[in-house]
Design a protein around this ligand. Sequence first.
Ligand code: NAD
Length: 391
Amino acid sequence: MILGILKESLAGESRVALVPESLRPLVAQGLSITVEAGAGERAGAADEAYAEAGATFTADRRWILENADLLPVLHVPPPIEQKWLKPGVAMIGFLRPLEAPDALAEAVERGASLFSMELIPRITRAQSMDALSSMATVAGYKAVLLAADRLPRLFPMLITAAGTIPPARVFVIGAGVAGLQAIATARRLGAVVEAYDIRAAAGEQVRSLGARFLEVDLGGIRTEGGGGYAAELTEEALDRGRELIARTAARTDAIVTTAQVPGRPAPQLIGRAAVEGMRGGSVIVDLAAPAGGNCELTQPGMTQTIATRSGGEVTLLAPLNLAAEVPVDASQLYARNIASFLGVIVKNGVLSIDLRDEILAGACVAHAGRVVHPRVAALLGAPVQEVELTR
Ligand code: NAD
């Protein structure tokens, strides 16, 4: 059985799906691994390191697409390349099935078994496969460094012979995985940190990191959806959060905002007036940009400056793929998530897909030429199709 590792073709992508360190158990099972030349170059994994780990490499990308039985990826290859896929290939990655289901059509047609990292259920057994958390951890860290770099102030309090510099004030919106890492990073840099989340459970975690948790009376509504995620709120409930955010923004030097609701556009929480009410020189890093952003003014992928009412400008950054800016460690973590997932679908070197397994049932988008995930099928206006559950 052939496992292929592609050089990711998406612009700005510098991570790789598997690093050489993750190959040994796969090689030991008798898998033949072919790496596209240069695949790990930007992630600190040279072709020679893959070769030492037992892989071969080729510059012929099409050969990999046509021959691989297993294809771990970061992103789904473009439709033109999906046409070359080996029928029945198992592909796993950030396939964005709820955001862009149409982009998978050719792969479904080829009979690929498509597994989405985003849809892996958040159960204890799947924790080691949780690539969303891995990448959110990296992005939360990097977002704070971006903010610190742009801010015309220091983060820590400094007591010097020339006087005392007060610490920067950082506000983190959404205290999930990325938000908590942002809080921890900002605290390590010496900032005073406040955070807001609609899930009450986040409060204890925020406080344990030495930050202040801001609470809003949302009238006792349900704020948790399934799987530890947030529920989508009404406009009225969102407004209560917006008021608190605007008030807090006015005393904040840097905002890192991460609020998301899976499969939905990100809630708009920071209005224009709140941005314009910030102090000149302040920075906003909108990590929800891939889902549209938490700030009304966000243009995903762009960096903007916005004039404030008191003079000066706010810098608004809306990075789309921040984890890719830390490619070495992001790839290490992702590769471990992939290797752990492969442990479920590869038994003794053979592809063995049992869709009765809770993890596979949750993550599988398509199998044997059919869309099997109900939410994806609904988005495509297609009926969910019955398939044989084991192969
Ligand atoms: P996420 O990326 O979907 O959202 C980020 C945060 O935004 C969440 O904390 C959410 O509550 C918050 N949010 C949503 N709408 C908001 C709004 N209107 N205002 C303010 N905040 C809002 O979530 P995530 O970071 O992937 O994880 C969410 C939770 O799941 C966390 O508690 C995390 O610890 C938990 N989790 C559990 C597991 C597991 O059990 N295996 C794995 C990873 C994460």
